[in-house]
Design a protein around this ligand. Structure first.
Ligand code: SAM
Length: 274
């Protein structure tokens, strides 16, 4: 998979993708990132990328011409003329914007199936809307707050999507076990007879994790995790997932994939009986 980032601050990305899984994925040739300086597509002495907004008001707006030129250099045509271009189905042009659709893990999973993602980082009051209209397949927000630029949001998208590209995570399953992981209902049960639907988090938050030492600052790791009974551990973890989701993100429970045991547990937690 290839990411292309268009920004007025290319230096922002130096170092940011040189750690951990993201670095390894690039070294293995599974993903690559191109950072493109928007100012390279200006043609005046001041390398101007912004201008005042029509209609008045605060701030500046990123001009359309440098963005269009940067996109053309990446062989991204306007949407209207893109049909039939080889690879077009596998490419998405994304405008990072507080006004966009919110990034969620299901959307991250969708994006991870593409071959190329082009990210436009806005600055100031944003990007001239005609760039969105002409070139962008999607406006994407990383949450309900306003950043000073799209660079951080772009880095978040690259990180979240890249780790789900096949082969990037050492253990392929870890993308399904973590918070917001999909429930794998296709496969009935694993070799221990545990329904696969309870392996994936099914849209719930992750359970708490512990490592050595078994006692720290007077706090003990829950006994169940030390006893090696995998069924009990699974049940305990599932209960913790339900508890955490209920406490921190009850909205997720509406869409979560819950089986009868989950529903019973949740009812008991809600009733304060556990
Ligand atoms: N006037 C815009 C608004 O009210 O929606 C805010 C512009 S913001 C100061 C500058 C740039 O930061 C945006 O063009 C966008 O690229 C980026 N940005 C800000 N918040 C974002 C968010 N939540 N998600 C993704 N990008 C964001």
């Amino acid at each position: 998979m290839r990411f292309e980032i268009i920004t007025i601050f290319p230096g922002f990305f130096s170092g940011i993708f040189e750690h951990g899984i993201v670095r390894r994925a690039q070294m293995q040739g599974l993903v690559s990132v191109g950072v493109h300086d928007l100012r390279a597509h200006t043609h005046d002495r001041h390398r101007t990328v912004d201008d005042r907004p029509f209609g008045g008001g605060e701030g500046m707006v990123l001009k359309p011409e440098p963005l269009a030129e940067a996109l053309n250099e990446l062989r991204i045509e306007p949407k209207a003329t893109r049909k039939g271009t080889p690879g077009v189905e596998q490419t998405r042009v994304i405008l990072l914007s507080a006004q966009g659709r919110t990034l969620t893990q299901p959307l991250v999973r969708e994006l991870a199936r593409l071959e190329r993602i082009v990210l436009l980082c806005g600055r100031y009051e944003g990007v001239d809307e005609r760039i969105n209209e002409l070139y962008c397949d999607m406006e994407l927000s990383i949450g309900d707050y306003v950043l000073s630029g799209g660079e951080l949001a772009g880095a978040v998208v690259v990180d979240a999507v890249m780790r789900l590209v096949p082969g990037v995570l050492g253990n392929e399953a870890s993308g399904e076990f973590e918070s917001f992981g999909a429930a794998d209902t296709e496969i009935a049960a694993d070799q221990e007879g545990v329904p696969r639907s309870q392996h994936g988090s099914g849209g719930l938050l992750d359970y708490p994790h512990y490592t050595r030492p078994a006692e720290f600052a007077g706090l003990h790791v829950p006994d169940v995790l030390l006893q090696g009974d995998h069924q009990q551990i699974r049940r305990w973890r599932r209960e913790q997932q339900l508890r955490k989701t209920l406490a921190n993100r009850p909205d997720l429970l509406d869409k979560a994939v819950l089986n009868e045991e989950d529903k019973r547990l949740l009812a008991m937690i809600r009733a304060g009986n556990r």
